[in-house]
Design a protein around this ligand. Structure first.
Ligand code: E4P
Length: 217
């Protein structure tokens, strides 16, 4: 399973990248706004800054919702760097745009996916990634990981090449469960990634080893 970090914060991206386990980055308009980035040029520069930190797929999301607008924006984003993946919402115009991008050699991530039916459409259009939002599904009283399992199963049975990118991850347990059910990628904020490191027996064991090491140093 590939690990992407789900943030536009350059310090957090650097921290995860320095661990050597990062395969890419996902952003969205809310994450960009959180960093206080304003204006077209600043947004474009920020995507390039991310691409210069991480050598992997970097998702940059369009904000247009009509076919022509999505294509125009997506072409500009894709021209920024070879690693940019154009993130397109799961709407009718978005599906049509994903098909156009696929036919024209531009890779896409279909976002805001909440059902298996939507995931089938994204795969049919040729998206490189499909992003089911598991945290938001859990927040609504459903089981997000179950949707990842269902989509992974359908793609496997049908031979779809689209990769299942589990998004809206809230915890280390989400990451582990997504790995269990066959997600190809999980995109997570820094906190759940760091939480994977934690176990009290590791901390206690290390404290004891370091204490005993003093006896022979
Ligand atoms: C990433 O691709 C998604 O935009 C992101 O994971 C959504 O996460 P949220 O539900 O925590 O906003």
């Amino acid at each position: 399973m590939k690990f992407f970090i789900d943030t536009a914060n350059l310090d957090q991206i650097r921290e995860a990248n320095d661990m050597g386990i990062l395969d890419g980055v996902t952003t969205n308009p809310s994450l960009m706004a959180k960093e206080g980035i304003k204006g077209h040029d600043a947004v474009m520069k920020h995507y390039v800054d991310i691409c210069e930190i991480v050598d992997g797929d970097i998702s940059a999301e369009v904000v247009s919702t009509d076919f022509e607008g999505i294509i125009e924006e997506g072409k500009k984003l894709a021209a920024l760097h070879k690693n940019i993946i154009v993130k397109v919402p799961m709407i009718k115009e978005g599906v049509k745009a994903i098909k156009w991008f696929t036919d024209n050699g531009i890779k896409t991530n279909c976002t805001l996916v909440f059902s298996a039916g939507q995931a089938i459409l994204a795969a049919k259009a040729g998206a490189k990634y499909v992003s089911p939002f598991i945290g938001r599904i859990d927040d609504s009283g459903w089981d997000g990981v179950q949707l990842i399992e269902q989509i992974a199963h359908i793609y496997n049975v049908q031979g779809f090449k689209t990769e299942v990118l589990a998004a809206s991850i809230r915890s280390a347990n989400h990451i582990i469960r997504c790995a269990e059910v066959g997600a190809d990628v999980c995109t997570c904020p820094l906190e759940p990634i760091l939480a994977l490191l934690k176990h009290p027996l590791t901390d206690n064991g290390l404290a004891k080893f370091l204490e005993d090491a003093k006896k022979f140093q």
